[in-house]
Design a protein around this ligand. Structure first.
Ligand SMILES: NC(=O)c1ccc[n+]([C@@H]2O[C@H](COP(=O)([O-])OP(=O)(O)OC[C@H]3O[C@@H](n4cnc5c(N)ncnc54)[C@H](O)[C@@H]3O)[C@@H](O)[C@H]2O)c1
Ligand SMILES: N[C@H](C(=O)O)[C@H](O)COP(=O)(O)O
Length: 328
């Protein structure tokens, strides 16, 4: 049976539409359906000089593998005309609607995975919708209490204990229960989705030098270590908390199936330094497969033809793998 994968190009003024047009220049063993404005992709294709056959999505037809040079679209109309590189709050609802449809159709089983292009969180908020990221949106929309953001590139997986929150709130977000829940999800998904029988997880401290015995912060003593001790007591291979600035070295990474960072930039700066443009963002703990690109909207490159589709291809390849494994 051919899998059906939803692609949301994301912010219409960014590079997402360009990258979707690049993705379908090759065959894929699954059906790809872009959930977005047909008019947007038609005009972007014209601007980029790409010739494509556009096909309207029909849910009643059996899924067929993606043939290069065609693009199947589930049309969602824009609210306002798009100018490349110029954010417009009037399209905030449109962007979220594409995500909502993708989520709904994955929940019902019509689709087998979602691969998302980049969105601008600020402009969605400006449009009146409270929004902090796809990860949080899909968790809420699918009634999933806890999910984990994990980015992966060749040789490194980094998961986050907190995601899109101001730095000032991070300490409060790192609770005993949160550290346990995130590590449990990460451990379980490494085992069941990535086939690692006995996962080893290295965990970063929160403070400089992991708190230096409480002299540079106490969260390691009061919260993180007790949570990790609890998990170790249940038989999990957990190392840490280690100082984040010296954890990311080969000696440790060769032992680690994943690193759990306490906050966004602590982990993703390293991950993106290692693999920007070749990494995938995977939401762990959702009832469906969801992957994404490792980069943002790159407004400066929209419509120029200079955007690189490497990460989108990695994200799609990973979604196909995860969705295929789920079907077995
Ligand atoms: N998956 C997502 O939805 C996602 C991920 C990251 C950032 N964002 C959002 O994107 C917006 C812009 O973020 P930013 O400026 O930090 O990052 P960015 O990734 O958009 O841009 C950073 C730099 O990398 C370049 N770049 C990015 N993607 C590229 C590609 N595919 N090919 C070639 N060059 C590329 C850009 O031109 C720019 O110079 C923000 O609103 C942020 O929240 C969204
Ligand atoms: N934190 C992600 C990154 O830096 O790549 C990005 O903002 C996207 O997150 P969502 O998948 O939750 O939108």
């Amino acid at each position: 049976m051919t899998l059906r994968i939803a692609i949301t190009p994301g912010e219409p003024a960014g590079i997402g539409p360009d990258l979707v047009l690049q993705l379908v220049q090759q065959d894929w063993p699954v059906q790809l359906v872009a959930i977005c404005a047909k008019s947007l992709l038609e005009s972007r294709a014209k601007q980029l000089g790409i010739e494509l056959e556009f096909i309207d999505y029909d849910a009643d037809l059996a899924a067929q593998p993606q043939a290069k040079g065609t693009l199947t679209i589930l049309d969602v109309p824009l609210e306002a005309e798009v100018v490349c590189g110029e954010l417009d709050a009037r399209n905030g609802h449109y962007v979220v609607e594409t995500m909502r449809i993708a989520c709904e159709k994955n929940m019902t089983g019509e689709f087998d995975a979602i691969v998302t292009g980049p969105v601008n969180k600020g402009i969605i908020n400006k449009s009146g919708i409270s929004f902090s990221g796809h990860t949080e949106y899909f968790a809420q929309e699918s009634n999933t209490a806890d999910v984990v953001m994990m980015l992966a590139t060749e040789g490194l997986r980094v998961a986050l204990a907190s995601t899109h929150i101001p730095l000032a709130y991070v300490s409060k977000a790192i609770t005993y229960d949160r550290v346990i829940k995130v590590t449990e999800i990460l451990h379980s998904e490494l085992k069941h989705k990535f086939g690692i029988q006995q996962p080893t997880i290295y965990v970063c401290g929160l403070n400089p030098h992991a708190g230096e015995d409480g002299h540079l912060g106490t969260e390691e003593i009061t919260t993180i270590t007790p949570a990790l001790d609890h998990l170790r007591g249940r038989g999990m291979n957990i190392v840490g908390p280690l100082p984040a600035d010296t954890l990311f070295q080969e000696k440790y990474l060769k032992e680690a199936d994943a690193v759990l960072a306490m906050y966004h930039d602590q982990g993703l700066t390293v991950l993106k330094y290692k693999g920007f443009g070749k990494a995938v963002n995977i939401t762990l703990g959702l009832p469906f497969v969801r992957t994404s690109v490792d980069h943002g909207t790159a407004l400066d490159l929209a419509g120029t033809g200079a955007a690189d589709a490497g990460s989108f291809k990695v994200a799609l390849t990973e979604a196909i793998k995860l969705a295929s494994d789920k079907k077995v």
